[in-house]
Write a protein that binds this ligand. Structure first.
Ligand code: BTN
Length: 236
């Protein structure tokens, strides 16, 4: 890690999250890979830098040293679609910047992505990988969704404080019932109803709510309604 990067104070986080196993690395391939090695529910794996950070749909997650929060949290398994929504809500709450949520769980500020969530099943656990852009000042120009960081949006926060807030929010949201999660997501996200979107498959229409499993419903212009099971959506 370059000397100019502030060292992450994991001891201060351990003191504020007593009883949690927190494994912190200066540099790692991906916290997802490390979390899989010992997937004990409650375990938290984080790193200052990832050399092979993973995004959804096989994309890379750029993980510049010290500029983002890169963390995986091992959770007891729950139905994935609703869990994905809960993780998005928790990340949004931790950021506390009045962010929007793009189904299923991209956190957007001013229409730009500042955090993303990846969930992978591992035995009877789910590994929740969360990446938050904290203090980056530039991003590659060719990203599919333009990116931003908290710093660029005028929010200054220490990664330690953000991690504590994130873990507390994840604990809280993952204890809610599916119905509560769906209601909270619908009220926090501008994408759930009345937004004209294009789905990665090419389908275009206006969103018309979530189904009981947490999937997004889209009404095409011919009136046909489709439930989107996977793939990103973007404003059309
Ligand atoms: C997305 O594509 O939006 C999901 C991004 C998830 C990135 C996080 S960073 C911590 C964890 N480790 C990874 O390799 N990916 C996730």
């Amino acid at each position: 890690m370059p000397n100019s990067v502030l060292r992450f104070n994991v001891d201060s986080v351990r003191a504020r999250l007593p009883g949690r196993q927190i494994d912190w690395f200066d540099s790692i391939d991906s916290t997802m890979i490390e979390a899989r090695r010992d997937a004990q529910p409650g375990r938290i794996v984080g790193a200052d830098e990832q050399t092979a950070g993973m995004g959804r749909h096989g994309r890379k997650w750029i993980s510049e040293p010290g500029a983002g929060l890169y963390v995986s949290i091992v959770l007891a398994a729950k139905p994935i679609p609703v869990l994905m929504l809960a993780l998005g809500l928790a990340t949004r709450e931790a950021i506390s910047a009045g962010a929007d949520l793009r189904w299923p769980n991209d956190v957007l500020i001013s229409g730009k992505k500042c955090a993303g969530v990846l969930a992978q099943l591992e035995g009877n656990t789910v590994i929740a990988g969360i990446g938050i852009n904290v203090s980056q000042t530039e991003f590659p120009a060719d990203l599919e969704t333009p990116a931003t960081s908290l710093l660029l949006e005028g929010v200054t926060v220490a990664r330690e404080d953000l991690l504590v807030a994130l873990v507390e929010s994840v604990d809280r949201y993952t204890r809610l019932s599916a119905g509560e999660i769906l209601r909270e997501f619908a009220s926090a996200s501008s994408f759930v109803s009345g937004k004209r979107v294009r789905v990665e498959t090419g389908l275009e229409g206006v969103t018309c709510g979530l189904d009981p499993a947490g999937f997004l419903r889209v009404r095409e212009d011919n009136g046909a309604e489709t439930v989107i099971l996977a793939g990103g959506v973007r404003p059309a």
